[in-house]
Design a protein around this ligand. Sequence first.
Ligand code: DLZ
Length: 158
Amino acid sequence: MATALQNLSDYDSSNFIDISDKRFGLVVAEWNREITDVLSQGAYETLIKHGAVEKNIYRNTVPGSFELTLGAQLLAQHEEMDAVICLGVVIQGETKHDDYICHAVAQGITQVGLKYNKPVIFGLVTTNTLEQAWDRAGGKHGNKGVEAAVAAIQMLGF
Ligand code: DLZ
């Protein structure tokens, strides 16, 4: 019987396709920058580990997670771009801003992926507290940037 996958970073990478000629765009939100930098580093290192070439990885920052959608579109529209990975951290506050941002990003990047027919990965960490966000950026719940990169590679082999 197959073992349950705990998370995407446990994925069996032996059947990943060759990504040495694939181009990846990383779109990274500057809001909660200390954390998004860790997510970005995790995604970058994962792509390199699985065979991507440094010159084929394009990293762009946007002010906040709300801008991830447009950032993704500006990269995805290039024919030579194979996959885009969106990374951000949205922490719940006193208002509903987190809800609005998360829904907008989820819907927006879904549309970008469908419009350009290429993987646009949702690497948004959405938590109640800063501590929970760190838990998902190299802490006890792994690094969601790593998982986002794995998802991109996996989808390229689809
Ligand atoms: C305004 C805002 C707030 C309150 N919180 C966050 C957050 O937790 N994470 C994040 O990535 N961005 C946040 N932003 C900024 C918005 O995403 C956006 O950049 C601004 O509303 C400008 O459009």
